[in-house]
Design a protein around this ligand. Structure first.
Ligand SMILES: Cc1ncc(COP(=O)(O)O)c(C=O)c1O
Length: 416
């Protein structure tokens, strides 16, 4: 069967494929320490779930407007104003079934074939996928641990060319946890002010997961002169633990928001009516739990960092937010597994961790970087403690092979 040529250069999300392998092994009875998936292990708060139930009982089960009901968009308007200082009229707000399709429509709305989009790497794989689906070209600015995984103003300026049509910012970042402060955003904004043809897509999904007292900043608020070409995207999946409810929203300039509406008018049947009721409860209801959960993620980050510090061959930066760590594993590259295979990349390392140590991580290439891997800390403290310990042992076994007896996988137990 012949499929679209767009698929020739398009790769399915590698996170999904690691997740699928892990699922298969689990079905086969293996107990895994899974750090692959970026999904909160907390429940959706009770008051939000209750609002969904009430919506069902009150018969709110019909089609709703394609871009979200007025009540939801009013709540989003208040959120942007109250939390971010962004004053969008209702007409400049659109809601969608999760931030992901909204981001994809936003990219599609701006790009023509061959247009370039700048983003820093390591990056979220779907940002690249969206650009490719829109027949654009991702221009990747490589960052690393030593620079806090942040793109500098100079690097941004150097990456801008004739065909640049968009810049994607994601802060706090999936997968690195890097979060731009106000001055850093201002410096990036300064560069962008000189290039009026560039649209800015700000992916703020991890706004409420920030550590060490750090405050959240978004580019349209930091540099209001860019607001007329910035789409600010947010959603409820991460901080509100509502991944399955599929609610995302955005505010931005009328032309961009209208274009998304047009795309949605032919590609989506609107949002789930029940989820919208829950989303309103989330946006209008108590917020104390957000700080509590952020503190829990911070404690897990510290737990993971302490464990990884003892892992020979790994180097890990200190995430400022989100729930991921992005260790560099250069120190284990070139070592050999007990089966004789050489660890030549983070993908080999991920396979070794999964097959020999029951630990699931996502290797770097999916995030456009190597040799790095992503570890999601959105998992229980017990899994984190034991899993990170296993990673340390797995690294030690590679590096000190011969000096210590090999521990067979059958002897690895989660109980320890
Ligand atoms: C950076 C980033 N943006 C957007 C999303 C998508 O969120 P949603 O569940 O609202 O589609 C994710 C989910 O992993 C993400 O990590």
């Amino acid at each position: 069967m012949i499929t679209s040529d767009i698929l020739d250069r398009f790769h399915a999300s590698p996170i999904a494929s690691v997740f699928a392998t892990a699922q298969r092994l689990r079905r086969e009875g293996r107990e895994l320490f899974d750090f692959s998936i970026g999904e909160p292990d907390f429940d959706t708060p009770l008051h939000i779930r209750e609002a969904g139930k009430v919506a069902i009982d009150q018969g709110e089960t019909r089609y709703t407007p394609t871009d979200g009901g007025i009540d939801l968009r009013e709540s989003v308007r208040r959120k942007f104003l109250g939390e971010n200082g962004l004053d969008y009229p209702l007409a400049q707000i659109v809601a969608g079934m999760g931030a992901k399709p909204l981001l994809a429509a936003a990219v599609q709305a701006i790009l023509s074939p061959g247009d370039e989009v700048i983003l820093s790497t390591p990056c979220w794989p779907s940002h690249v996928g969206m650009i490719e689906l829109a027949r654009g070209h991702a221009v990747k600015v490589a960052t690393g641990i030593d620079t806090g995984f942040k793109m500098t103003a100079e690097e941004l300026a150097r990456a801008i060319g004739q065909k640049t049509r968009m810049v994607i910012l994601c802060s706090p970042s999936n997968p690195t946890g890097a979060a731009y402060d106000e001055a850093e955003l201002r410096a990036l904004g300064e560069v962008l002010l000189a290039h009026p043809q560039i649209a800015i897509l700000s992916d703020d999904l991890y706004e409420h997961i920030l550590f060490d007292g750090k405050r959240f900043h978004t580019i349209a608020a930091v540099e209001p002169r860019l607001a007329a070409r910035t789409l600010t995207v947010n959603g409820l999946s991460k901080a509100y633990a509502m991944t399955g409810w599929r609610i995302g929203f955005a505010g931005g300039p009328p032309a961009w928001v209208d274009a998304i509406r047009q795309i949605y008018s032919h590609s989506s049947g609107g949002l789930c009516s029940i989820s919208q009721a829950a989303a309103i409860a989330a946006l209008e209801g108590p917020k104390e739990f957000l700080a509590d959960r952020s503190a829990r993620y911070q404690a897990r980050r510290d737990l993971a960092l302490a464990g990884l510090a003892a892992a020979p061959g790994l180097r890990t930066g200190k995430p400022e937010g989100a729930f991921y760590l992005m260790p560099e594993c250069a120190g284990v590259i070139g070592t050999r597994r007990p089966n004789g295979e050489t660890i030549g990349s983070s993908t080999d390392f991920a396979r070794y961790l999964l097959e020999d140590w029951n630990v699931v991580i996502v290797p770097g290439p999916g995030f456009e970087c190597d040799p790095y891997f992503r570890l999601s800390i959105a998992t229980s403290d017990a899994t984190l403690t034991r899993g990170v310990q296993l990673i340390g042992q797995a690294c030690a076994a590679l590096i000190e092979k011969g000096r210590q007896p090999w521990q067979s996988p059958s002897r690895i137990s989660s109980a320890a």
